[in-house]
Design a protein around this ligand. Sequence first.
Ligand SMILES: [Zn+2]
Length: 219
Amino acid sequence: MENVKAVVVFSGGQDSTTCLFWALENFAEVEAVTFDYNQRHITEIECAKNITRELGIRHHILDMALLNQLAPNALTRDNIEVKDGEDGELPSTFVPGRNLLFLSFAGVLARGIGAKHIVTGVCETDFSGYPDCRDVFIKSLNVTLNLSMDEPFVIHTPLMWLNKAETWKLADELGAFSFVREKTLTCYNGIISDGCGECPACMLRQKGLQDYLKVRGEC
Ligand SMILES: [Zn+2]
């Protein structure tokens, strides 16, 4: 491959950390980008910083506070409850335009640092109703990004068709199972590793982990 540098959209969670390890396996040079949009828990940014520091990866943190200004939601406001969407409604954690904006800014950053590859942990399998996690959206945005900057970017989505158990399996295959389990933050209540165990994000993560451990014959 002529250009082997990749930018990983990185939140410090299970999915994007698995993507980071996937990128380290597949590209000679990897950098990470985290978006700061006043997430409820600053722990998320700290967690992302710690992981990239430990892995020796150059880490860009971009200020996206305007997202909070435009679209207040359960991830940024304490007074909005985290809940799943009912009857076809989107969950309260949905941030309109988030992946559109994040991936566009990741593209601009990629151009600036000479990377052609952009890696994101979006996933259509456990479709929680986020329209900007769908494969068709990513493909469409890839075309738009390339046209907007006249660049041959490739957006990679290694988790697109994996369920949560398969994402744990991928982390395991990459030799990162314990790292991902112990050092990442998925919990909406800001508790690292196995989390609070009660919020929707923890329940999804736990279920996938238990399913995978069963397959691995450990419980
Ligand atoms: Zn939790």
